[in-house]
Design a binder for this molecule. Structure first.
Ligand code: URA
Length: 236
């Protein structure tokens, strides 16, 4: 049960005060009956009509997508390119939490929950993001140490991270490097490698906090469980 004025304001059509005014002015009905009483409690399944319009509560949705290459991490693209939102079958107004580059693949979360999105993308929030990067040439141990300790990027030192050689592929003369960062600056991984002269040939995000891509193929997605959403909210 929820107070009628609270319900109306949570639907986003009016502030709590304005909602109270609407009620006392007889503009609100519940299940077909005008309700003028301010304390009235309703169920979320009740039909609440304000000024002749049925309210729909914005149900919070959370998706985990395995982003393919050549898809843009926003809700709209002025160049008409495919977006991560286009890949998810929903009419809800969802948007990605953070970004992956057009040519980066891997895990990305989408939601219509602004509170969670703000929380996870706030710079003080140290959400671990793990990548597998394929870089041109042999990735030297001393460079791994430098990048892990932090380098000056756009005038500001990067936070402690992990850059670790996974394997070197002699045939293509390239290295696969595991990267774990907690910041989310634009193009951060590529720019950090570039600073030491490495070109990133491929980049895949394999983990976001405790979430990974298990069970999903490129382009596939699933909804998060309530437990996972709670866990994201409780991350420090
Ligand atoms: N760092 C990058 O450079 N690109 C991404 O897409 C994500 C992190």
């Amino acid at each position: 049960m929820i107070r009628l004025q609270k319900y109306i304001s949570e639907c986003g059509i009016a502030s709590r005060r304005k909602a109270e005014e609407l009620i006392t002015n007889g503009k609100v009905s519940v299940n077909g009956k005008i309700v003028k009483e301010l304390g009235t409690k309703i169920n979320e399944s009740d039909a609440v009509v304000v000024n002749g319009k049925l309210l729909k509560k914005d149900v919070k949705k959370y998706y985990l997508l395995y982003k393919p290459r050549e898809v843009i991490s926003s809700s709209k693209d002025e160049k008409g390119r495919k977006t991560v939102v286009n890949l998810i079958k929903t009419t809800d107004r969802i948007y990605p939490i953070g970004r992956l580059d057009y040519d980066t693949t891997g895990i990305i979360l989408l939601t219509n929950d602004g509170e969670l999105s703000n929380l996870l993308t706030h710079p003080s929030h140290n959400v671990e993001k793990e990548y597998l990067a394929k870089v041109k040439g042999f990735f030297k141990k001393e460079d791994a140490n430098k990048l892990s300790d932090g380098v000056i990027l756009n005038g500001k030192k990067t936070k402690k991270a992990l850059f670790k050689m996974d394997r070197y592929d002699k045939k293509s003369d390239s290295s696969y490097v595991k990267v774990i960062i907690t910041e989310g600056r634009n193009h951060q991984v590529k720019d950090m490698f570039a600073l030491l002269g490495y070109e990133v040939l491929k980049l895949k995000r394999e983990r976001y906090a405790f979430l990974n891509l298990s069970g999903l193929k490129s382009g596939e997605y699933r909804q998060l469980t309530i437990k996972e959403v709670k866990q994201l909210y409780s991350l420090k």
